[in-house]
Design a protein around this ligand. Structure first.
Ligand code: ATP
Ligand code: MG
Length: 400
């Protein structure tokens, strides 16, 4: 396979768990190479995250070779040729060279091969079909290095056919452009995404959600989202996206993880956010957080005094206060920097009185305890968290 003359020199190639796995796979004369994101990111000067490995060894042999080297082998996706190797406590995906013989737009029936170029041609984009030996030699069967350097995300082969095989590639095309692209998107790829956008409805929500959240996390996703909207793709996967100007401002402010950015794109109506959280099957924690980003119920007003702001951080919780402050700033353009900073820096004290204290004071256990407790808590917050436990307990008799 074509070597590029490009050489990567990074320590994970030859030291650590990934190198152990490659050595194990090559122990009986086979070949194993790093592939995909790790090679792409190393070449782009970005942090390498997960390390994937491709090998000409068949899955059963992969398991045997790993076990011979005393490494753990988990048959995570064995029918697609993927075994997870665990070395020095870290997982590495090892996938046997393969071609997709049959596809239904979602998943493929695969055949194993020992042809590296064939393996490259079933991958999505040229910059994702880069391989690298453990000595750092880069192999580039489809011209991915040039495209990576040109910030050009390009489908391998005929874009429309590649999308017909797997519609997720539409979203991946936009996601990779947001992260690695610059300038106009590849014409052929974009036209194919536009023409085949109705294929998106065959995808599982989990795959759509994962790609969309990764896209939203990109440092500057705005231009890509605009093109997605122009091509009619965004409306299909995220019909709630109606406020690009708010996301744009949030990005200018320089804040926001994927979930906050997602909320800022919508009208932030409670029912809309709840519907989206349900449709995307977000985790329980994310569902609650997204729902609480709804506009209206609580406002983080710019004119708050320091004491009022602290009281609000206390009642809402720092995360929700910060989320709402940023979303409202993005929405009306009024600077809330000090409020965001307050939520990040200040930790609210905890209320020093318990229900048991009231019962100990002679209040019979029951609804009244809760009512009195809440009244005391409100006083404590309104008085700047100043009153001590003893002072608060002394007020019990005067409360109604
Ligand atoms: P990152 O992990 O940073 O998102 P990556 O390139 O490692 O980037 P993965 O989704 O982990 O992306 O996939 C690993 C590799 O598998 C890709 O680089 C690509 O070669 C191939 N691949 C993944 N998904 C697809 C797909 N839907 N169609 C074709 N090839 C794919
Ligand atoms: Mg990866």
């Amino acid at each position: 396979m074509r070597k590029t003359g490009t050489v990567i020199s990074q320590s994970w190639l030859s030291e650590g768990g990934a190198a152990d796995v490659v050595a194990a796979l090559m122990a009986q004369g086979g070949t194993a190479r790093f592939v995909g994101g790790c090679v792409r990111d190393a070449l782009a000067g970005r942090t390498v995250r997960d390390i994937d490995i491709a090998t000409d060894q068949k899955p059963e042999a992969v398991i045997q070779l790993l076990q011979d080297a005393k490494l753990k082998a988990i048959p995570t996706g064995i029918e697609h040729g993927t075994v997870t190797a665990v070395a020095r406590g870290r997982p590495f995906e090892v996938t046997t060279l393969r071609v997709d013989v049959e596809t239904d737009g979602r998943r493929a029936v695969v055949a194993f091969t020992d042809d590296w170029a064939e393996d490259a041609s079933r991958r999505d984009f040229t910059m994702n079909a880069l391989y690298c030996d453990r000595d750092g030699t880069v192999y580039d069967p489809v011209g991915g290095v040039d495209d990576l350097q040109a910030h050009h995300v390009r489908f391998i082969g005929d874009a429309s056919r590649r999308i017909e095989e797997d519609a997720l590639r539409i979203l991946r095309f936009f996601r990779f452009h947001a992260w690695y692209g610059a300038g106009p998107m590849n014409d052929e790829g974009l036209a194919a995404c536009r023409d085949r956008r109705d294929d998106l409805d065959r995808l599982s929500v989990e795959r759509v959600r994962a790609e969309m959240l990764r896209l939203l996390e990109a440092p500057a996703p705005m231009a890509t989202l605009r093109v997605m909207a122009e091509s009619g793709v965004l409306q299909l996967v995220l019909p709630e996206a109606c406020a690009p100007h708010c996301l744009e401002r949030l990005l200018e402010i320089g804040e926001g993880d994927a979930l906050l950015r997602l909320a800022s794109l919508t009208c932030r109506r409670a029912d809309v956010l709840t519907g989206l959280a349900d449709r995307w099957k977000l985790s329980g924690k994310d569902k609650v957080r997204l729902r609480r980003m709804a506009a209206g119920e609580t406002e983080i007003a710019t004119g708050l005094t320091d004491a009022e702001a602290r009281a609000q951080v206390y009642w809402l919780g720092a995360e929700r206060f910060r989320d709402l402050a940023l979303l409202e700033w993005a929405s009306d353009g009024q600077d809330r920097q000090w409020l965001v900073a307050l939520a990040e820096a200040w930790s609210a004290p905890s209320f020093p009185v318990r229900g048991a204290d009231l019962v100990g004071h002679g209040i019979p256990a029951g609804e009244r305890v809760g009512k009195l407790l809440r009244a005391l808590e409100r006083q404590w917050v309104d008085e700047g968290f100043e009153p001590s436990r003893a002072e608060l307990l002394a007020r019990i008799d005067s409360l109604d």
